[in-house]
Design a protein around this ligand. Structure first.
Ligand code: ADP
Ligand code: MG
Length: 472
């Protein structure tokens, strides 16, 4: 009797546990016999079939869900029936568009399938994928320079086309390299392997100057660096904006503003000053040869020299204020070089310096002869002033289809990098008796000729390069 009781109690408990456990499983669960008839299911399965349990029980699975015949879940059920290997798969409800993960196992001869609704997870995953695609499109199509750098070894993981073009390489040539292989930083550390001290909120911005290995000129970029994780690896997303042209324009604008102001001032006061100067100079020249004055001869010469210098400054100022070349004619730059060469050579000889000329045949261009002579004299004068005794100044002319180049190089002291930004600014001079007007005046003349003036300078010397366009 006791044993019978025990057995019936155990059966009751088993029954209770199995139905209770079945309903406690958070996923929908169905148990199918070998002919795919539903023999047991939990209440969550109603949600999967969207039908009540009473209707579903004892029905064949494929009658209730014919839409799944010949789909991956159909094949999985047949497979597990034969090989009894637990398996799992994902599938999409063809009517409701809900996504499920199905886990299949065998208990005795029964097939047990757990269905987990993963629609939300799938949507999030798709959203993530789409966001990644959008990000990738932004990364690769952006005009900004973009690079992803491995924080541990400082190697480029990915760069966009703008970045690769900017440094003159293909993206594949850059990936796997470090910044030292690709470019040189002039004023700051780029892509720092260590996070800087002022680093805040995983990102920072700064202005840096870089020089690519493939070109001579330096570029200025504002770089923003952001710490990101890619496949669990700490990386940096570096976004650079090239502001070289902006800075150049700002500088040019400042120079033009200065010039404009100077032009207005010089035009109005130059004549007023020149007249009294001429009068004083005239009387000095007259008095110079009077009786009893000879002991003061050197003083008189000094006074006249100083007046000449003042007159020179006024002439240069007046030249700055002019806006149109006065006398444009076809000339070759070689003719102009040759016409001022005796003057230049005499000056060089007096200072014990050497002038070398390398003239290639050049095409004639529209030039104002007097003005270009003035430019040549100004630049050669600066070059001679920058060189020591026995120093050398070279004047080179060359031409191609579209332009004529005039280069004046010296092996003088060079222009210190920190002063190079001031070159061309009115009144910028490093000389005790300098006016700081020679180069602004030359720039003003060259601008009127649509010509460009550039320079390269280091401690071994300076080259000023003038490019005149050839007008067809
Ligand atoms: P100035 O000759 O009266 O000083 P410029 O406008 O001709 O005025 O030149 C401005 C400054 O540019 C010079 O004072 C000098 O510092 C610098 N400079 C120009 N040319 C050279 C050169 N070839 N080598 C070194 N420095 C130069
Ligand atoms: Mg000068």
């Amino acid at each position: 009797m006791k044993i019978d009781n025990y057995h019936s109690e155990k059966c009751k408990l088993d029954e209770l546990l199995s139905s209770h456990f079945f309903n406690c499983i958070p996923e929908a669960c169905v148990m199918l016999d070998p002919w795919f008839y539903i023999v047991k299911m939990n209440s969550q399965a109603e949600e999967f079939f969207l039908l009540p349990q009473e209707y579903l029980m004892s029905k064949p699975f494929w009658e209730i869900a014919p839409q799944y015949i010949n789909t991956n879940i159909f094949h999985a059920m047949y497979k597990i029936k034969n090989d009894r290997q637990n398996t799992s798969l994902e599938f999409c409800g063809s009517i409701t568009n809900r996504w499920f993960e199905a886990n299949l196992c065998m208990i005795d001869k029964y097939i047990v399938v757990f269905f987990k609704n993963i629609t939300h997870h799938k949507h999030t995953q798709n959203e993530l994928l789409r966001a990644q695609e959008r990000l990738s499109a932004v990364f690769h199509n952006s005009h900004a320079l973009m690079a992803i750098v491995n924080q541990d070894n400082n190697q480029f993981v990915s760069v966009n086309d703008s970045f690769a073009d900017f440094f003159g390489y293909s993206a594949n040539e850059i990936i796997g390299k470090t910044k030292e292989d690709i470019f040189e930083t002039l004023n700051n550390q780029f892509f720092p392997p260590q996070i800087p001290e002022d680093y805040d909120n995983n990102s920072f911005s700064k202005l840096i100057s870089v020089k690519s290995k493939s070109s001579d000129s330096s570029k200025h970029i504002i770089i923003t660096s952001e710490l990101i994780n890619i496949n669990e690896k700490p990386c940096r997303l570096e976004i650079g904006i090239d502001i070289t042209d902006n800075l150049r324009c700002q500088k040019e604008l400042r120079r033009l503003e200065h010039l404009n102001l100077l032009g207005q001032m010089s035009a109005s006061i130059a004549h007023e000053i020149r007249n009294p100067l001429q009068t004083v100079k005239g009387f000095l020249q007259l008095l110079q040869f009077k009786e009893g004055i000879s002991p003061y001869q050197t003083h008189f010469n000094l006074m006249i020299d100083e007046l000449n210098r003042a007159n020179q400054i006024i002439t240069e100022l007046l030249c700055l204020s002019r806006t149109k070349p006065t006398n444009l004619k076809m000339h070759t730059i070689n003719d102009i070089i040759n016409s001022v060469l005796p003057l230049i050579e005499a000056q060089a000889l007096a200072e014990d310096k050497i002038i070398m000329v390398e003239q290639m045949p050049v095409s004639p261009t529209l030039l104002d002869e007097d003005e270009i002579k003035q430019v040549l004299l100004n630049i050669v004068k600066n070059a001679l002033e920058a060189t020591k005794s026995k120093g050398c100044v070279k004047i080179i002319s060359e031409s191609n289809q579209t332009s004529v180049k005039l280069i004046i190089c010296d092996n003088g002291q060079g222009i210190p990098p920190e002063l190079q930004d001031n070159i061309g600014m009115p009144f910028f001079t490093t000389k005790q008796n300098g006016t700081g007007l020679g180069l602004p005046m030359s720039l003003s003349i060259l601008e009127r000729h649509n010509a460009k003036l550039d320079f390269i300078s280091d401690k071994n010397g300076t080259s000023f390069i003038i490019i005149f366009p050839i007008v067809a």
